[in-house]
Design a protein around this ligand. Structure first.
Ligand code: NI
Length: 239
């Protein structure tokens, strides 16, 4: 596997520190991204991780037989270890190492698939809302990699610039205030924090990067193709 040599410019690093996110075009060779799709689609077709509780509907109540609106596989490399041998993973791990230092570790945290026509938005949230508060978390970084072009019609990432700066976890609740739902959303009375959000459409090979406190969102998928995304995160694999 080729060792990544292109890292962030000082200007990109400055923007990341200032805004809490970055949108990077052409970070990965598009062929290396498309090479992962077959494996990705197989994991969803096989419902990999269902038995272990790693495969579930993030936005719905996940009753078997329902149509999932936003399917997530946690730690997909548990079910397809070859994903860790890909150029895609190496490029994203290099990016995390560049931001956090050479001792940073990375893992493939999630695969999230928004089916064609899914009305489910991934509501505004901070990833830090999911963290175990009893554990000290150093600066966390997530790299979001779409496996096809994305725009606001298919559910690209959107961020609130500078929302990370207080380094506070805002109040969240289960999506739709339904306790059976796995996903979290910013409490409605705090939606006034969503100021001037920036949508990040990307071609294949582009990625976004954000920190644990940065408010972010993806909209519904109004397209006829699934919206496939992988997320590489700093830190060790969970479980
Ligand atoms: Ni998130």
């Amino acid at each position: 596997m080729s060792v990544p040599d292109q890292l962030l410019t000082p200007e990109q690093r400055h923007r990341y520190d200032r805004d809490g996110f970055l949108s990077l075009t052409a970070w990965i060779d598009p062929a290396a991204v498309l090479a992962v799709r077959h494996c990705y689609d197989r994991l969803f077709a096989e419902r990999a991780g269902r038995e272990a509780g790693d495969h579930f509907d993030l936005a719905g109540s996940d009753l078997d037989g329902g149509t999932p609106a936003l399917t997530q596989i946690l730690e997909p490399a548990r079910y397809a270890p070859e994903l860790l041998e890909t150029e895609l993973f190496a490029r994203c791990a290099a990016l995390i190492g560049d931001l956090l230092g050479p001792t940073a570790t990375s893992h493939l945290g999630h695969a999230i698939c928004k089916p064609p026509g899914s009305p489910a938005a991934t509501p505004w949230h901070q990833d830090a809302a999911y963290w175990d508060r009893s554990v000290d978390h150093p600066d966390a970084v997530s790299v979001w990699i779409p496996l096809q072009p994305v725009d606001t019609d298919s559910g690209c990432m959107e961020f609130v610039p500078a929302s990370h700066r207080s380094r506070r976890v805002l109040a969240h609740r289960p999506i739709g205030d339904d306790p059976r739902v796995h996903g979290l959303e910013l409490c409605p009375e705090l939606l006034d924090r969503v100021v001037d959000p920036v949508a990040c459409p990307l071609d294949v090979g582009g990625v976004t990067v954000h920190g644990g406190y940065t408010l972010h969102y993806t909209g519904p998928n109004r397209r006829t193709e699934p919206r496939r995304a992988l997320i590489v995160m700093s830190g060790p694999q969970s479980g």
